[in-house]
Design a protein. Structure first.
Length: 131
């Protein structure tokens, strides 16, 4: 199961890095696709930081087990925390807001799939025994 977990995390890691880079080099296109209106200066900086920087950071965390196999479980735990939060807040958003485009529903479905896979893999992973 560890190999499957590392493969899942690697795919996710490369996807997050790709998204982070895309948000950094094409902020207008990416913000338009999710309904953001970028304000010059402050809004652009915030989008670069959160959507560029944070997504690249998550990608690196998910890729970490390729270098340190023993850290696979902690990367899965982080993945589970991140995506359970995304699923929770996206679900709340669906109840309190209206007017969603197809992209938002696609993102929600992807977040659910990632959350469920991470939950299954984490539940099947072996806790590392302390020496």
């Amino acid at each position: 199961m560890t190999t499957v977990s590392r493969f899942f995390l690697a795919v996710l890691g490369f996807a997050y890095i790709g998204l982070g880079v895309w948000c950094s080099i094409a902020p207008q296109a990416t913000s338009d696709s999710v309904g953001f209106v970028l304000q010059p200066g402050q809004g652009q900086s915030e989008f670069l930081t959160v959507y560029g920087g944070l997504e690249v950071a998550l990608g690196l965390i998910f890729l970490w087990p390729l270098l340190k196999r023993d850290d696979t479980r902690i990367s899965l735990a982080i993945c589970l925390v991140v995506h359970s939060s995304l699923v929770l807040f996206r679900s709340i958003g669906f109840f309190i807001y209206t007017g969603f485009e197809t992209t938002t529903y696609s993102l929600a479905a992807t977040e659910w799939v990632i959350f469920l896979i991470a939950a299954i893999l984490f539940s099947k992973s072996e806790p590392k025994l302390e020496e």
